[in-house]
Ligand binder design. Structure first.
Ligand code: ATP
Length: 278
């Protein structure tokens, strides 16, 4: 595959993307409307927004798992058609295969790409060392803690050396301490990697702590990008300390002021519809 490396190319470029779905009753539901989101190589961008505002829909368009109804999704200058091969995806639920050992789960992406089994296992072992699991390679997923499963999923996503990481609430199921440790480890891996990250989260603290940019989606239906904030906190960041930083506190106050408006619109419309809040 020809790789385009011009610096002005975006790893992900959603231009005027609208996505509508047909609901089970046959109605048309516009989930997101006219989304413009550009992510350069090496940038860490988080997307936050109320529940149902279309965060996963956006990620799925970048991944090529959904095609926009209108507009164009591009990756490194190429229109995304089918699965975006430049990207790895990490979901809230990890995709570990329960019948395979940790090392076989991690090496799977390489063997599927045609790498020989011995080379793939050697590389997987190197990744397991990187994520602190070198002594757990022969375990099965059900024999791991939640944090260890996430580490395995991180190794699985990174081993194929993607240019883009698409992460949909990857750490939301973890306890607070494990989550902060995993966030720190993710940043340490990402820092020098040059990879573009789109990170979906409900947690504004997490979004600010990790990102170069935080993008806010408005309330649905027909959500669109209502605001975007550059996060200029210096790097490297220690996520166990950063939440006490006065600059962090000020950014949080400002961004939450905007996000809160969209969250309360969603709350009000779901209360009017008799649904109540989550
Ligand atoms: N396949 C589908 N068919 C019909 N509607 C869909 C489909 N997929 C998503 N939607 C709707 O599109 C809207 C956006 O969904 P999406 O999952 O992208 O939101 P989200 O912001 O990620 O939500 P949450 O924060 O709750 O995870 C929701 O109202 C959802 O019900």
């Amino acid at each position: 595959m020809v790789r385009h490396t011009a610096v002005d190319e975006y790893a992900v470029d959603l231009e005027g993307c609208t996505k509508q779905f047909t609901t089970p009753s046959g109605d048309t539901y516009v989930a997101v409307r006219d989304i413009n989101l550009k992510v350069r190589p090496g940038r860490f961008v988080s997307v936050v927004g109320p529940t149902g505002s279309g965060k996963s829909t956006i990620l799925n368009m970048a991944a090529g798992l959904l095609s926009p109804t209108e507009g164009t999704a591009r990756s490194f200058g190429q229109q995304v058609k089918g699965v975006n091969r430049r990207a790895s995806y990490m979901f809230q639920q990890d995709g570990l295969l329960p019948w395979k050992t940790v090392i076989d789960n991690v090496s799977l992406g390489l063997t599927m790409a045609g790498v020989g089994k011995a080379d793939a296992r050697a590389e997987a072992q190197r990744w397991l060392e990187k994520v602190g699991l070198k002594d757990f390679s022969d375990r099965y997923p059900h024999q791991l803690s939640g944090g260890m499963r996430k580490r395995t999923a991180v190794a699985q996503a990174w081993i194929v050396n993607p240019d883009i990481l698409l992460m949909d609430e990857p750490f939301s199921a973890l306890d607070v301490q494990t989550r902060q440790i995993m966030e720190n480890e993710l940043l340490a891996l990402w820092q020098e990697s040059g990879k573009a990250v789109i990170f979906i989260t409900h947690d504004l603290d997490e979004a600010i702590a990790l990102s170069d940019e935080v993008v806010i989606l408005g309330a649905g239906p027909g959500s669109t990008v209502v605001a975007s904030y550059d996060i200029t906190l210096p790097r490297p960041r220690d996520l166990l300390e950063i939440r006490d930083d006065p600059q962090f506190v000020e950014l949080h106050r400002e961004i939450w002021g905007r996000l809160r408006v969209e969250v309360s619109k969603t709350y009000q419309s779901s209360a009017l519809a008799g649904g109540g809040a989550e």
